[in-house]
Design a protein around this ligand. Structure first.
Ligand code: PHE
Length: 336
């Protein structure tokens, strides 16, 4: 029996010498000192020995078992330490990280936000309205009845006879006045839609609408507010020109040009050699519009304006084709 024990120990140590990975060591551990291992089996045989041999053989067996368990455990620990060392070698934590491609805010959104911020600073509140609009708000309530020739200016996308994609942000004026009494001071950014496509028109474009109504608002206030705005969005040297124009919902009406920011008024390709660029429509709110929303025309006056956001962005960044904003060419978009 003692010989058997020594033999098992010897074999186990030999085999361990040849083990090359932790899995191998674990298998050996099971084979010798596991529940069905060789040394464990010898322990069970103890009871068949003559009584006087049992204590000594038992002591020896227990010693061997303990020693083997320790040796296997140490071997496993050694493998683990080795493994950690290799991992540390393979991982160079000082390498610079790979750059992650970052998205950015679209230039039109950037300009829309900048415009709104300037007007917020002047006491205007931001509101919004639906893109899909009733004919009533888009035309009728703005003093453009059915069959009015002014409808031809709008190249409307019709959803049905009574529903359109709004052709401008002016219907928001009506919705706001319908829902609250004066004073009103709002700015309304949003999309507008017209059947049109060339270097300066896309079927969907952005406008920012402004409306101010209270007692004694004058055309002078309109000029002051718009001039302040233009000097903030462009620069202090910017000047504005008001040209008489026509909109059914304002009287008097004006188209507003800014001195060309590219050539400073000398004349260039962008301003068609006029020195001026049209950026917005404006005017004093027509009494017919006030009547439609139930405002007292004896006690309030107001001005409204609507500007093209792409137009402002093109001028600010010197872009000569509006369609570039909507082609999603990253080489273009990444510049902003
Ligand atoms: N809604 C007009 C347009 O889209 C612009 C405008 C707004 C004009 C408000 C006057 C007052 O052309």
């Amino acid at each position: 029996m003692k010989q058997e024990i020594r033999k098992a120990e010897h074999e186990a140590l030999e085999a361990l010498n040849g083990a090359s990975d932790p899995t191998g060591v674990r298998a050996l551990k099971a084979r010798y000192v596991g529940r069905k291992g060789a040394v464990t089996k010898l322990l069970r045989k103890l009871s068949s020995l003559p009584a006087e041999e049992r204590p000594e053989t038992g002591r020896l067996l227990n010693e061997v078992k303990k020693r083997l368990e320790e040796v296997f455990e140490k071997a496993l620990q050694a493998f683990e330490a080795d493994h950690e060392e290799t991992l540390a070698d393979a991982l160079d934590v000082t390498l610079p990280g790979r750059p992650v491609a970052r998205g950015r805010i679209h230039p039109i959104t950037q300009i829309t936000r900048a415009i709104c911020e300037i007007f917020q600073g002047l006491g205007f509140e931001i509101v919004e309205g639906p893109d899909v609009e009733f004919d009533y708000y888009n035309f009728e309530a703005l003093n453009i009845p059915q069959y009015h020739p002014a409808r031809d200016m709008h190249d409307t996308f019709y959803i049905s006879q009574k529903i359109v994609l709004r052709t401008h942000t002016s219907p928001i004026q009506v919705r706001v006045m319908e829902s609250q009494p004066p004073p009103v001071r709002i700015i309304a950014p949003g999309k507008a839609y017209r059947v049109d496509y060339d270097v300066s028109h896309t079927p969907m474009f952005y406008q920012v609408e402004g409306l101010m109504v209270q007692e004694n608002v004058s055309f002078g206030d309109l000029k002051g507010i718009l001039t302040t705005f233009a000097r903030q969005i462009f620069d202090e040297e910017t000047s504005l020109r008001f040209r008489p124009s026509f909109f059914p919902f304002t009287e008097p009406s004006a188209e507003v040009d800014i001195r060309c920011v590219i050539c400073r008024g000398k004349g260039c390709r962008v301003c068609s050699h006029t020195g001026w660029l049209e950026v917005l429509g404006a005017g004093m709110v027509h009494p017919a519009v006030f009547e439609m929303v139930g405002y007292d025309t004896d006690h309030c006056t107001g001005f409204a304006f609507g500007m093209g956001v792409e137009r402002i962005a093109m001028l600010k960044y010197g872009i000569d084709d509006i369609r570039k904003f909507y082609e999603n060419d990253l080489r273009f978009l990444e510049q902003f």
